[in-house]
Ligand binder design. Sequence first.
Ligand code: 13P
Length: 261
Amino acid sequence: LSAAAAGRSTLIAGNWKMHKLAVEARSYVAELRALLEGSMQPPNEQVQVVICPPFTALHAAAEAAHGSRISIFAQNMHQEPEGAFTGEVSAAMLLEAGASGVLLGHSERRAHFGESDRALALKIPAAFSAGLRPVLCVGESEEQRSAGETERTLRHQVGEALAQVSADQLAEVVIAYEPLWAIGTGNVAEADQIQEAGSFIRALLAARSPAAAERAHVLYGGSVSERNAAEIVQLEDVDGLLVGGASLQPARFAAIVAAAG
Ligand code: 13P
Protein backbone atom coordinates (compact mmCIF):
# COMPACT_ATOMS: atom_id res chain seq x y z
CA LEU A 1 0.00 0.00 0.00
CA SER A 2 1.11 3.58 -0.58
CA ALA A 3 1.89 5.83 2.41
CA ALA A 4 -1.48 7.57 2.26
CA ALA A 5 -3.46 4.35 1.74
CA ALA A 6 -1.67 2.71 4.67
CA GLY A 7 -2.15 5.81 6.83
CA ARG A 8 1.56 6.52 7.14
CA SER A 9 2.57 10.14 7.66
CA THR A 10 5.31 11.74 5.58
CA LEU A 11 8.54 12.58 7.37
CA ILE A 12 10.86 15.26 5.99
CA ALA A 13 14.18 15.36 7.83
CA GLY A 14 17.14 17.69 7.37
CA ASN A 15 20.56 16.31 8.30
CA TRP A 16 22.87 19.25 8.89
CA LYS A 17 25.93 16.99 9.34
CA MET A 18 28.82 19.08 10.79
CA HIS A 19 27.31 22.48 10.02
CA LYS A 20 26.03 25.40 12.10
CA LEU A 21 26.81 26.84 15.52
CA ALA A 22 24.12 27.03 18.20
CA VAL A 23 23.51 30.70 17.39
CA GLU A 24 22.98 29.79 13.72
CA ALA A 25 20.68 26.93 14.64
CA ARG A 26 18.51 29.32 16.62
CA SER A 27 18.05 31.76 13.77
CA TYR A 28 17.59 28.95 11.22
CA VAL A 29 14.76 27.39 13.24
CA ALA A 30 13.11 30.77 13.78
CA GLU A 31 13.22 31.40 10.03
CA LEU A 32 11.97 27.91 9.15
CA ARG A 33 9.12 28.28 11.64
CA ALA A 34 8.09 31.58 10.09
CA LEU A 35 8.19 30.04 6.61
CA LEU A 36 6.14 26.99 7.64
CA GLU A 37 3.64 29.00 9.68
CA GLY A 38 3.43 31.84 7.18
CA SER A 39 2.64 29.72 4.13
CA MET A 40 -0.74 30.35 2.56
CA GLN A 41 -1.80 26.72 2.84
CA PRO A 42 -2.80 25.36 6.26
CA PRO A 43 -0.06 22.98 7.51
CA ASN A 44 -0.51 19.44 6.31
CA GLU A 45 -0.69 17.51 9.60
CA GLN A 46 0.43 14.42 7.73
CA VAL A 47 3.87 15.94 7.10
CA GLN A 48 6.30 15.73 10.03
CA VAL A 49 9.28 18.09 9.93
CA VAL A 50 12.58 17.07 11.55
CA ILE A 51 15.92 18.85 11.85
CA CYS A 52 19.11 16.99 12.85
CA PRO A 53 21.69 19.51 14.15
CA PRO A 54 25.10 18.60 15.59
CA PHE A 55 25.17 17.78 19.33
CA THR A 56 26.27 21.27 20.37
CA ALA A 57 23.30 22.94 18.64
CA LEU A 58 20.59 20.49 19.78
CA HIS A 59 19.50 22.48 22.79
CA ALA A 60 19.33 25.82 20.98
CA ALA A 61 17.42 24.25 18.08
CA ALA A 62 14.98 22.51 20.44
CA GLU A 63 14.32 25.74 22.35
CA ALA A 64 13.69 27.64 19.12
CA ALA A 65 11.39 24.85 17.86
CA HIS A 66 9.36 24.62 21.06
CA GLY A 67 5.62 24.68 20.36
CA SER A 68 6.10 24.34 16.59
CA ARG A 69 5.68 21.35 14.26
CA ILE A 70 9.48 20.97 14.01
CA SER A 71 11.07 18.04 15.89
CA ILE A 72 14.76 17.83 16.69
CA PHE A 73 16.75 14.61 16.15
CA ALA A 74 20.45 13.96 16.86
CA GLN A 75 22.93 12.51 14.34
CA ASN A 76 24.45 9.71 16.45
CA MET A 77 24.40 8.18 19.93
CA HIS A 78 26.32 5.69 22.05
CA GLN A 79 24.49 2.51 23.06
CA GLU A 80 25.50 2.52 26.74
CA PRO A 81 23.63 4.67 29.27
CA GLU A 82 26.92 5.97 30.72
CA GLY A 83 30.50 4.93 31.29
CA ALA A 84 34.10 5.39 30.27
CA PHE A 85 33.45 6.31 26.63
CA THR A 86 35.33 9.56 26.04
CA GLY A 87 33.75 11.77 23.42
CA GLU A 88 30.48 9.85 23.25
CA VAL A 89 26.92 10.93 24.03
CA SER A 90 24.12 8.79 25.54
CA ALA A 91 20.41 8.62 24.77
CA ALA A 92 19.52 10.37 28.05
CA MET A 93 21.88 13.22 27.16
CA LEU A 94 20.16 13.66 23.80
CA LEU A 95 16.74 13.69 25.43
CA GLU A 96 17.90 16.27 27.95
CA ALA A 97 19.14 18.45 25.09
CA GLY A 98 15.68 18.31 23.52
CA ALA A 99 16.04 15.59 20.88
CA SER A 100 13.14 13.20 20.27
CA GLY A 101 14.91 10.95 17.78
CA VAL A 102 18.33 10.03 16.43
CA LEU A 103 19.96 9.13 13.11
CA LEU A 104 21.90 5.88 13.42
CA GLY A 105 24.30 4.25 10.97
CA HIS A 106 24.69 7.15 8.57
CA SER A 107 27.07 6.11 5.78
CA GLU A 108 29.52 8.85 6.78
CA ARG A 109 29.73 7.33 10.26
CA ARG A 110 30.16 3.86 8.76
CA ALA A 111 32.85 5.06 6.32
CA HIS A 112 34.87 7.43 8.54
CA PHE A 113 34.20 6.48 12.16
CA GLY A 114 33.97 2.70 12.19
CA GLU A 115 30.21 2.50 12.85
CA SER A 116 29.40 -1.22 12.72
CA ASP A 117 26.26 -3.28 12.25
CA ARG A 118 27.07 -4.89 15.60
CA ALA A 119 27.00 -1.55 17.42
CA LEU A 120 23.82 -0.55 15.56
CA ALA A 121 22.13 -3.74 16.77
CA LEU A 122 22.62 -2.33 20.30
CA LYS A 123 22.01 1.35 19.49
CA ILE A 124 18.53 0.86 17.99
CA PRO A 125 17.06 -0.92 21.06
CA ALA A 126 18.87 1.56 23.35
CA ALA A 127 17.23 4.46 21.50
CA PHE A 128 13.81 2.82 21.82
CA SER A 129 14.20 2.12 25.54
CA ALA A 130 15.12 5.76 26.12
CA GLY A 131 12.10 6.97 24.16
CA LEU A 132 14.05 8.24 21.14
CA ARG A 133 12.83 7.45 17.62
CA PRO A 134 15.67 5.77 15.69
CA VAL A 135 16.29 6.48 12.00
CA LEU A 136 18.45 3.66 10.64
CA CYS A 137 20.41 4.70 7.56
CA VAL A 138 21.26 2.03 4.99
CA GLY A 139 22.47 2.01 1.40
CA GLU A 140 24.79 0.40 -1.10
CA SER A 141 28.00 1.75 -2.63
CA GLU A 142 28.47 2.24 -6.36
CA GLU A 143 30.65 -0.92 -6.47
CA GLN A 144 27.98 -2.96 -4.69
CA ARG A 145 25.29 -1.74 -7.09
CA SER A 146 27.34 -2.51 -10.20
CA ALA A 147 28.20 -5.95 -8.81
CA GLY A 148 24.46 -6.66 -8.40
CA GLU A 149 24.80 -6.67 -4.60
CA THR A 150 22.31 -3.95 -3.70
CA GLU A 151 19.70 -6.29 -2.19
CA ARG A 152 22.29 -8.40 -0.41
CA THR A 153 23.76 -5.24 1.16
CA LEU A 154 20.38 -3.91 2.27
CA ARG A 155 19.30 -7.30 3.63
CA HIS A 156 22.49 -7.52 5.67
CA GLN A 157 22.31 -3.94 7.02
CA VAL A 158 18.61 -4.09 7.94
CA GLY A 159 18.80 -7.64 9.31
CA GLU A 160 21.79 -6.99 11.57
CA ALA A 161 20.70 -3.62 12.92
CA LEU A 162 17.12 -4.68 13.69
CA ALA A 163 17.84 -8.19 14.96
CA GLN A 164 16.99 -7.31 18.58
CA VAL A 165 13.98 -5.10 17.83
CA SER A 166 10.53 -6.45 18.75
CA ALA A 167 7.68 -6.59 16.22
CA ASP A 168 5.91 -3.78 18.10
CA GLN A 169 8.95 -1.54 17.92
CA LEU A 170 9.53 -2.48 14.28
CA ALA A 171 6.44 -0.44 13.36
CA GLU A 172 8.07 2.67 14.87
CA VAL A 173 11.35 2.23 13.02
CA VAL A 174 12.34 4.72 10.34
CA ILE A 175 14.69 3.39 7.68
CA ALA A 176 16.45 5.90 5.44
CA TYR A 177 17.62 4.43 2.15
CA GLU A 178 20.64 6.48 1.10
CA PRO A 179 22.66 4.99 -1.77
CA LEU A 180 26.25 6.14 -1.18
CA TRP A 181 26.72 7.21 -4.80
CA ALA A 182 23.81 9.66 -4.49
CA ILE A 183 24.98 11.39 -1.30
CA GLY A 184 26.41 14.86 -1.87
CA THR A 185 26.96 14.17 -5.56
CA GLY A 186 23.96 15.89 -7.18
CA ASN A 187 23.41 12.45 -8.71
CA VAL A 188 19.96 11.59 -7.34
CA ALA A 189 18.84 7.96 -7.79
CA GLU A 190 16.24 7.22 -10.48
CA ALA A 191 12.63 6.95 -9.33
CA ASP A 192 12.46 3.25 -10.17
CA GLN A 193 15.69 2.52 -8.29
CA ILE A 194 14.31 4.31 -5.21
CA GLN A 195 10.93 2.57 -5.38
CA GLU A 196 12.61 -0.82 -5.90
CA ALA A 197 14.85 -0.36 -2.85
CA GLY A 198 11.98 1.03 -0.76
CA SER A 199 9.74 -1.88 -1.55
CA PHE A 200 12.60 -4.34 -0.91
CA ILE A 201 13.23 -2.78 2.52
CA ARG A 202 9.52 -2.96 3.33
CA ALA A 203 9.48 -6.62 2.28
CA LEU A 204 12.37 -7.30 4.66
CA LEU A 205 10.31 -5.79 7.48
CA ALA A 206 7.21 -7.72 6.35
CA ALA A 207 9.12 -10.98 6.68
CA ARG A 208 9.35 -10.14 10.40
CA SER A 209 5.87 -8.58 10.79
CA PRO A 210 3.49 -7.66 7.94
CA ALA A 211 1.59 -5.25 10.20
CA ALA A 212 4.77 -3.45 11.29
CA ALA A 213 5.94 -3.20 7.68
CA GLU A 214 2.76 -1.33 6.75
CA ARG A 215 3.36 1.23 9.51
CA ALA A 216 7.14 1.67 9.36
CA HIS A 217 8.55 4.67 7.50
CA VAL A 218 11.00 4.29 4.63
CA LEU A 219 12.76 7.51 3.60
CA TYR A 220 14.99 8.31 0.65
CA GLY A 221 18.17 10.39 0.92
CA GLY A 222 20.85 11.42 -1.56
CA SER A 223 20.92 14.74 -3.47
CA VAL A 224 17.30 15.58 -2.63
CA SER A 225 16.43 19.14 -3.63
CA GLU A 226 13.36 21.33 -4.02
CA ARG A 227 13.35 20.27 -7.69
CA ASN A 228 13.11 16.49 -7.21
CA ALA A 229 11.38 16.19 -3.79
CA ALA A 230 7.77 16.04 -5.05
CA GLU A 231 8.46 13.23 -7.52
CA ILE A 232 10.35 11.09 -5.01
CA VAL A 233 7.96 11.50 -2.11
CA GLN A 234 4.97 10.31 -4.15
CA LEU A 235 6.58 6.90 -4.79
CA GLU A 236 4.56 4.08 -3.24
CA ASP A 237 7.20 2.85 -0.79
CA VAL A 238 8.72 6.23 0.08
CA ASP A 239 7.33 7.92 3.20
CA GLY A 240 9.65 10.88 3.34
CA LEU A 241 13.08 12.31 2.68
CA LEU A 242 16.42 12.70 4.44
CA VAL A 243 17.95 15.88 3.08
CA GLY A 244 21.59 16.92 3.49
CA GLY A 245 22.92 19.96 1.63
CA ALA A 246 19.53 21.38 0.63
CA SER A 247 18.43 21.42 4.30
CA LEU A 248 21.07 23.99 5.28
CA GLN A 249 19.03 26.95 4.05
CA PRO A 250 15.57 27.41 5.62
CA ALA A 251 13.99 28.59 2.35
CA ARG A 252 15.18 25.52 0.41
CA PHE A 253 14.15 23.15 3.19
CA ALA A 254 10.74 24.82 3.53
CA ALA A 255 10.26 24.41 -0.23
CA ILE A 256 11.00 20.67 0.13
CA VAL A 257 8.49 20.39 2.98
CA ALA A 258 5.92 22.19 0.82
CA ALA A 259 6.65 19.85 -2.11
CA ALA A 260 5.94 16.87 0.15
CA GLY A 261 2.57 18.17 1.32
P1 13P B 1 22.81 15.24 0.42
O1 13P B 1 21.34 15.61 0.42
O2 13P B 1 23.69 16.43 0.63
O3 13P B 1 23.15 14.42 -0.78
O4 13P B 1 23.06 14.32 1.71
C1 13P B 1 22.22 13.23 1.93
C2 13P B 1 22.48 12.69 3.29
O5 13P B 1 23.51 12.10 3.56
C3 13P B 1 21.46 12.93 4.32
O6 13P B 1 21.70 12.16 5.45
